[in-house]
Design a protein around this ligand. Structure first.
Ligand code: FAD
Length: 441
């Protein structure tokens, strides 16, 4: 495996035209590519191309945010706010780059109210396998004259997952889908035009609950009641007692030890409605268990949790043993029961994530010796997710680490179309041929 750093689009074009298999990187925060331990993947014909130093620009064009280069979510958010608009996707790792976010079809807290990044990409520009600039629009349907029957069959199979944030395979309906969630396997994204929404005042409301592994009654009641409030609540997140316990005491809100927290991002203008439909109707939570936090304090707390998990795993020298499963609302209780079952193997764990979307990250925190036990338990979980028709990896993509688990979710329908797309859009197998789409034959 080789590493190179490229600092201009002209260098990227030249690299595409002349170099072998390559993986282009943004901020390298992917949790499915073990950047720190690439040697564990074995010998591989792959050049890792650091693109984090490419020129960057952000502009507001009407109500579209046009970003060029590896602009971070943080910079885009701050820029948008300075212009009176909001970016609708907010991954927890704000230093990640937006083109990589599109490549991984990244998601964040705000999917609950604002939908997926896929639906917010209005237009994008990418470099194809010859280094040519190509523009794609979300208002045009994806066309594949060379394989129209295969595409139709693929789209039919996707219908089951329409309501999911990310299915086990990318969407492929509009033109922009070609580069969305395909993890850089069909081209290199240079520009993205994102829809925005007007900036409005927001409040952050926290609810204290018993830990879900002791009693999930309150969780299930909240889950059911928030579903009708997606226009008023943009985020509905869970931080369980175990993940909060890994944080230094001074970073925790007062009186939360041993409790789970669910927080809501609510538009101020809709606060009364949320109070009426949700808060005043909760039979399991009293007013004394509800409190508010500032936006900054809420984001800081939310960000601490995955970072703490990441850091502990790095310290222990283990690769992440966590989940990224989303299930249909009707299966949410089953998912919690399954996670509880998984706690019985005796490895420390925690649970957090996108509660309102039935999309939670269960993390084992093993010592190196316990890794195989966790891996086995995860295999059992993916069997269940398959049975329920859920999505095993709704957020973080497949990269290298999830490939062994995802295969089960593909049939001939997906494999055939991946192969066609690689053949048409990456005939020289330049773009990450080790990825889930495989190589062009
Ligand atoms: C603490 C923490 C919290 C996280 N929270 C979230 C979260 O809330 N939501 C979420 O979705 N993810 C989250 N992640 C995972 C990660 O941040 C995302 O996957 C992110 O989109 C990766 O961006 P990056 O710039 O780091 O890309 P990299 O890790 O550098 O690359 C990721 C992938 O994108 C491809 N890629 C990069 N640039 C381009 C390009 N220009 N064109 C085409 N392909 C490209 C790469 O080839 C690779 O396959 C989190 C990670 C951490 C460590």
């Amino acid at each position: 495996m080789k590493q190179v750093t490229l600092k201009s689009i002209e260098q990227i074009k030249a690299h595409i035209r002349t170099a072998g298999a390559s993986l282009y990187t943004g901020a390298r925060t992917s949790t499915v590519i073990p950047f720190e331990k690439m040697q564990t993947l074995g010998e591989m014909d792959l050049t890792i191309v650091d693109c984090s130093g490419l020129p960057q620009a952000i502009e507001l064009e009407g109500d579209l945010l046009h970003i060029t280069g590896p602009v971070s979510w943080k910079d885009a958010k701050n820029f948008a706010r300075s212009k009176g608009v909001e970016v609708m996707t907010s991954p927890t790792e704000e230093l990640a780059a937006i083109p990589a976010g599109v490549a991984t079809s990244c998601t964040g807290e705000r999917c609950f109210g604002h939908g997926t990044l896929r639906s917010q990409v209005q237009k994008l520009r990418y470099l194809d396998f010859e280094g040519n600039e190509v523009e794609l629009s979300s208002s045009k349907k994806m066309q594949l004259p060379q394989a129209s029957e295969e595409l139709k069959e693929y789209q039919n199979a996707y219908t089951h997952y329409q309501a999911f944030k990310n299915a086990p395979f990318p969407r492929f309906e509009s033109e922009t889908d070609l580069l969305t969630g395909t993890e850089g396997q069909l081209g290199f994204i240079t520009d993205v035009w994102l829809k925005t929404t007007p900036l409005v005042p927001l409040s952050y409301l926290f609810m204290k609950l018993p830990c879900w592994d002791v009693d999930a009654t309150a969780h299930l009641e909240i889950f059911e009641k928030v579903q009708s409030l997606r226009s008023q609540i943009s985020a509905c997140e869970l931080l369980d007692a175990h993940c909060l316990a890994t944080l230094p005491k001074e970073k925790l809100p007062v009186g939360c030890e041993g409790r789970d927290l669910i927080f809501l991002e609510i538009k101020d203008q809709d606060f009364e409605l949320v109070y009426e439909v949700l808060l005043s109707k909760l039979s399991t939570i009293g007013e004394e268990d509800i409190f508010q936090m500032s936006a900054n304090a809420c984001h800081a707390l939310r960000m601490e949790v995955p970072r703490a998990v990441f850091e502990q795993n790095t310290r222990m020298g283990v690769t992440k043993k966590g989940t990224d499963v989303q299930v249909a609302a009707k299966d949410f209780e089953k998912l919690l029961v399954q996670y509880k079952e998984m706690t019985k193997i005796g490895v420390p764990y925690n649970l957090f994530g996108h509660f309102g979307d039935a999309h939670l990250h269960f993390n084992f925190m093993p010592t190196p010796g316990k890794e195989p036990l966790c891996q086995n338990s995860l295999l059992g979980l993916y069997e269940k997710v398959f049975e329920w028709g859920g999505s095993p990896f709704a957020e973080h993509g497949i990269g290298f680490l999830k490939r062994p688990f995802i295969e089960k979710f593909y049939t001939q329908t997906q494999r055939q179309l991946f192969s066609k797309l690689k053949h048409i859009h990456d005939p020289r197998n330049h773009f990450f041929p080790q990825g889930f789409m495989g190589s062009a034959k």
